[in-house]
Design a binder for this molecule. Structure first.
Ligand code: NCD
Length: 315
């Protein structure tokens, strides 16, 4: 395995002993520390085995991807993960569905349930969608992003990426920077990182920071001081309640990460971004494409392995 962990076979042995009690994955609150640890190690173990040895544990199983909001990484990695484990995938998006003919989500979901899928992955612009529809489904449900609330599988793949590059999350300092208030990635990451003992701080303009008990910084240089990881987030334009008082240029000047202001952080800081990136706004290409700092494509890679681990644990 090509990472700082080397061969941690002893830890992988532990996961054989673990019995998952997971029915759905709707929120990070559904997971114990032990569940998270299991999923991280399972994802990393999938990253270390050759494709030809993936176990066909989803053989004869059909997963429906119900994506009512746009997606590249999340949807494709759920598809790839399902195929890797020998399962079948059906994709459903808003375009071309009867939701556009006026059908309410409850009826769509009852219709899908009547076809007896083995698992449903759902993304929607409304908070709590996965929770709300779980009562109509007989199979497990995975939340692939609900409004500005949560995106648990992203936080889990982020945690596995951190673990693979930096080791244990406990005691690490992580700064989440940008539009934290409207980001479901931030919502799940704050919960998961704190659950695993990391220290989380938030950086951004006041109007894009949530009100909570975390350390909040409106000054970028102060916020990134001493952190091990900077997670950058795009402005979630589709979720803003009102026009921002800060312009995109001002946001870029004060909070956009580039090769100059990264010097305020430790020289060995890592940079993460869930994608999609808006290059030249929250992150510059000189950082996004710089392998010394950027874990961004490693996150994408881990996304497939983490979704395999999750499908494995829920199926
Ligand atoms: C994120 C999302 O959809 O919440 N993307 C993703 O799943 N990788 C982040 C975003 O849209 O900004």
């Amino acid at each position: 395995m090509n990472n700082i962990l080397g061969n941690r076979a002893a830890e992988f042995d532990d996961i054989v002993e673990y019995t998952s009690i997971l029915n759905n994955l709707i929120s990070i609150d559904d997971l114990s520390v032990e569940d998270v640890r299991h999923l991280i190690l399972k994802a990393i173990s999938y990253s270390a085995i050759d494709k030809s040895h993936y176990p066909p544990i989803l053989k004869n199983k059909t997963i429906i991807n119900l994506f009512l909001e746009n997606s590249t990484r999340t949807r494709l990695s759920f598809e790839m993960a399902t195929y890797n484990l020998g399962g079948n995938v059906i994709n459903m998006t808003l375009d071309g569905s009867s939701i556009n003919k006026g059908e309410v989500l409850k009826d769509t979901v009852l219709t899908l349930n009547a076809m007896h899928p083995d698992l449903l992955v759902v993304r929607n612009s409304k908070n709590n969608t996965a929770k709300d529809i779980s009562k109509y489904m007989d199979c497990p449900i995975i939340n692939a992003g609900d409004g500005s609330n949560e995106h648990p599988t992203q936080a889990l793949l982020d945690a596995a990426t951190i673990y693979q590059n930096l080791g244990d999350l406990e005691g690490l300092k992580v700064a989440i920077c940008g539009d934290v208030k409207h980001s479901r990635v931030a919502g799940s990451n704050v919960k998961l990182l704190r659950k695993m003992g990391a220290e989380v701080r938030l950086i951004g303009p006041e109007e894009l920071l949530p009100k909570n008990d975390l350390e909040l910084y409106t000054d970028f240089a102060e916020g990134v001081k001493d952190v091990d990881i900077i997670m950058m987030l795009r402005i979630q334009k589709e979720r803003l309640e009102a026009e921002l008082s800060i312009t995109e240029q001002e946001f870029h000047d004060k909070y956009g990460l580039n090769a100059v202001n990264i010097k305020f952080a430790k020289p060995d800081v890592y940079v993460m971004h869930p994608g999609p990136m808006n290059r030249g706004v929250e992150i510059s290409s000189d950082i996004a494409d710089n392998e010394a700092y950027s874990l961004i494509l490693k996150q994408v890679e881990m996304g497939v392995y983490m979704r395999m681990a999750i499908l494995d644990s829920l199926s």
